[in-house]
Design a protein. Structure first.
Length: 290
């Protein structure tokens, strides 16, 4: 969460006040890494839950092959159209699943995984709709009624797989063991979102005070004169030292130093350490006097 807040503070103009609420697009960006983790977990679960579904395509081929010999005796004998649509959507679904499989075994690019999963979800819904239409129509020819009977048996096998796919690609809570990793990733994402928004609200209330306290320990301080990364880290560290009693001073300083090592210049860690140490001692002295 600290990294996300530092990124946001970095993007601010030096003297720009914080908006009343965090921009949703910025929050989306800050949560990107967690969202990507959830996407990968969901993609893996989707492949696992659809194992064996491709084998059922052969049954559709078997049902459809004799129907080419029959014409429709009336408008109600459209079962062949529904079966062909069903087969087409199952084939499209397999293409999307294969794209997910290749991406998982390759670059693991979240955007492409999400695109393939959206396609799989659409094909899954269309497949079930076609299956229901094929089993609910009223064919007149005995051969077509026999085909409908076989279609109903196949639908009973595909429906559980389709339901699992809907669960793996949807937002509905489920107890499926295969989706535990997805549920965990989604919970982490939701918690991070809530934490960042709450943290932002507190930081916004105290940013001016933090800047004033930093000015008291930095010679000729002004936000404009500081390196943007150092400024963001000092503002975050200063807030934690002064206004977040749940974080020990040593922890706040150490975390700020680590952020400076990760994102700042070679001089950033020592600079951040020195300033925050002065701020902590100044604050401790004020508490002692009270």
């Amino acid at each position: 969460m600290r990294e996300a807040v530092v990124q946001f503070l970095y993007a601010l103009q030096p003297s720009e006040p914080l908006p009343e609420s965090l921009d949703p697009s910025i929050l989306h960006l800050l949560l990107e890494s967690l969202r990507d983790r959830s996407t990968k977990a969901r993609a893996k679960a989707t492949l696992h839950l659809q194992q064996g579904r491709e084998n059922l395509l052969e049954s559709l081929h078997h049902i459809l092959s004799p129907l080419d010999l029959f014409g429709s005796s009336d408008a109600s004998d459209d079962i062949g159209l529904h079966l062909k649509e069903w087969k087409l959507e199952e084939e499209r679904l397999q293409e999307h699943l294969e794209n997910i499989r290749r991406e998982i075994n390759g670059n693991k690019e979240p955007s492409r995984l999400r695109e393939s999963m959206r396609g799989a979800s659409q094909s899954n819904r269309a497949s079930i709709a076609a299956a229901e239409a094929a089993t609910e129509c009223t064919p007149t020819l005995p051969a077509l009624r026999e085909a409908q009977k076989m279609a109903a048996e196949l639908k009973s096998k595909i429906t559980p797989l389709a339901h699992r796919l809907s669960l793996s690609l949807g937002n509905e809570e489920t107890e499926l063991p295969e989706l535990r990793a997805v549920a965990k990733a989604e919970k982490e994402l939701a918690n991070a979102s809530s934490s960042i928004e709450a943290y932002y609200g507190q930081l916004r209330c105290h940013l001016e005070k933090v800047d004033n306290e930093l000015a008291a320990v930095i010679e000729n301080y002004s936000p404009e004169r500081l390196d943007r990364v150092d400024r963001a880290i000092l503002r975050l560290g200063g807030y934690e030292l002064l206004f977040d009693p749940s974080i020990p001073s040593a922890v706040a300083i150490n975390e700020a130093i680590e952020l400076a090592r990760a994102f700042g210049t070679t001089d950033s860690p020592s600079f951040v350490n020195g300033i925050l140490d002065q701020l902590a001692k100044k604050e401790q002295g004020a508490v002692t006097e009270e």
